[in-house]
Ligand binder design. Structure first.
Ligand SMILES: C[S@@+](CC[C@H](N)C(=O)[O-])C[C@H]1O[C@@H](n2cnc3c(N)ncnc32)[C@H](O)[C@@H]1O
Length: 328
């Protein structure tokens, strides 16, 4: 069996997966597939040092490669990107779909597996990563798999500021450059830059990232890669939606900041002592990543109520310097 057919089979299994177990199994097959390619390509020494960019820290090539094993994340992003590209082909009839994938990492994990399901007559791709070694590795993988015809260009650029020469021809923009609660990594700044260059009916992947908050017992919450017995945990608090990151950021050229309404709390907070942030990702259409299903949607604790001097606070978020939350 040629490696191309093999990848197509794995991707089909992944796209058709119905349960989390099936998703994990398919992503493991994908991981083994990449491991075999890395045995034969020349460029595979990925360093573990990230790079500070405008609006966050760009994950190192090594850590970007390891994101593959955030199983539900990888499965849902591939499923969502598949649907998004199909939708773009429908919307922009008779046009070659221009896709930009910003923050590819060394494997191009979210898009390379989909290539055998599309024709290079229908789609063309710009890959961007700030790390040259990631782009060099990706280029070798593409050449090894015989997918050169799909690629428009490889760019070693900062996706928070890079401007395309021909404006507004982008049909699909894909980026996963985030950590839980939209902290640390530059997802928001990259999204702001990309959506300002999307064509009118263009599609952003992820379509929407909803950030909400509530008081909770952080250590008891469902979280990927934690051993919590979360099934028994009942939190009486409702989540408050704070803001969403999506295509409507088009008009925002400046840094993104948010401040919540003033919140008050009673002194009997032993059952919910932590101010938590929740991340829900709508990758595209009906493909979601919910709280605690992936490292990037794990609950994030901003502060313990025990550390506050008054019974009131406002939540603040900003992308200035490193994206972070604070309490005022
Ligand atoms: C979380 S990893 C994701 C890797 C891969 N796309 C995946 O989903 O498995 C983020 C990647 O985005 C890149 N990146 C982060 N900020 C960037 C920026 N401002 N410009 C270009 N690339 C960036 C990092 O170098 C890293 O390769």
């Amino acid at each position: 069996m040629s490696s191309e057919l093999h990848l197509k089979d794995i991707t089909k299994l992944l796209i058709d997966s119905k349960t989390e177990q099936e998703e994990i199994k398919a992503v493991n097959l994908l991981s083994n597939f990449y491991a075999k390619i890395l045995e034969v390509i020349l460029f595979k020494d990925f360093n573990a040092t990230g790079t500070e960019v405008n609006g966050g820290l760009a994950l190192s090539p090594k850590h970007a490669k390891d994101c593959l094993e955030d199983y539900v994340r990888t499965a849902r992003f591939i499923k969502g990107s598949y649907k998004a590209i199909q939708k773009a082909i429908q919307i922009f009839k008779n046009k070659k779909i221009e896709i930009v994938y910003a923050g590819t990492g060394p494997l191009g994990t979210l898009l390379v597996p989909l290539l055998p399901l599309f024709s290079s007559d229908d789609i063309t791709i710009t890959f961007i990563d700030i790390h040259e070694s990631s782009i060099l590795s990706l280029k070798q993988i593409i050449n090894h798999l015989g997918y050169k015809a799909y690629i428009k260009q490889y760019l070693v650029e900062d996706a928070t500021i890079f401007k395309f020469k021909e404006r507004a021809h982008l049909h699909v923009a894909i980026t996963e450059t985030m950590d839980k609660g939209l902290t640390k990594e530059p997802q928001v700044s990259i999204t702001q830059n990309l959506v300002s260059q999307l064509s009118d009916k263009g599609i952003l992947v992820p379509e929407d990232i909803e950030i909400s908050s509530r008081k909770s017992f952080h250590a008891k919450e469902k979280a990927f890669k934690s051993n919590t017995n979360y099934i028994d945990y009942i939190n009486p608090e409702q989540k408050d939606v704070l803001f969403s990151i999506n295509k409507n950021m088009k008009s925002l050229e400046t840094k993104f900041s948010f401040e919540s309404d003033r919140k008050f709390f009673n002194q009997d907070f032993e059952d919910t002592p932590d101010i938590c942030i929740y991340t829900k990702i709508k990758v595209f259409d009906d493909i979601f990543i919910n709280d605690g299903e992936a490292l990037i949607t794990n609950p994030y604790c901003v502060k313990s109520l025990y550390a506050l001097k008054k019974n009131t606070y406002k939540l603040q978020y900003t992308t200035i310097n490193t994206p972070h939350w604070s309490i005022n």
